[in-house]
Design a protein around this ligand. Sequence first.
Ligand code: MN
Length: 231
Amino acid sequence: MSYVFTPAPPASVPVQGRTERFPVHRIYCVGRNYEEHAKEMGFTGREPPFFFLKPADAVVPVNAGETGTIPYPSLTKDLHHEIELVVAIGTGGKNIKAADAKKHIYGYAVGLDMTRRDLQGEMKKQGRPWCIGKAFDQSAPIGPITPADKAGDVTKAVIYVQVNGKDRQRSNVSKLIWNIGETIEHLSAAWELQPGDLIFTGTPEGVAAVVSGDTLVGSVAGLGTLSVKIA
Ligand code: MN
């Protein structure tokens, strides 16, 4: 195969304990998947899960023990952090049942769904797509993927993010409205999942703004920490 110009190498994420990297196919994100976050965004009750995407090359892979850097993005005055458990798909499939979902999971990571909240809010108001608020360049910092057999029980893991050493979000993955299996069931009914897909499973309450110079440290118990500085 030859191309009219050299294609970019695939976006990829380091894997704990491996030199080989996890190549990213797509990034799916679940909206409003913790009740207290749904409330703070002005919604209540259990609605069917809904999804949006970020481009694969929005990932900003951060190695264990290092601090990644992202620029303060253009066009916004309200850049928000959303700390999330990320599920990495190793085996694809469609119409996957929740009970079978585990077989499709390669591993888990800590991710930040960075959000231009002012632009997202404006798009919501106008009934327009969220892309400009959610799918911008470098909007998905992510730590190394921990293979599932080394991750412990992420379904009951503490999840938090601190900004400049102070708690901003702190909850537990057990509070997901749609758990990991149910999310994969819904997602794979709409798209055929592929190896390399990442699923940002949603964020708990406490989303708030960051500014240039802030350092975010987030974690999901068992998956290490993700450290990111806003340039
Ligand atoms: Mn999110």
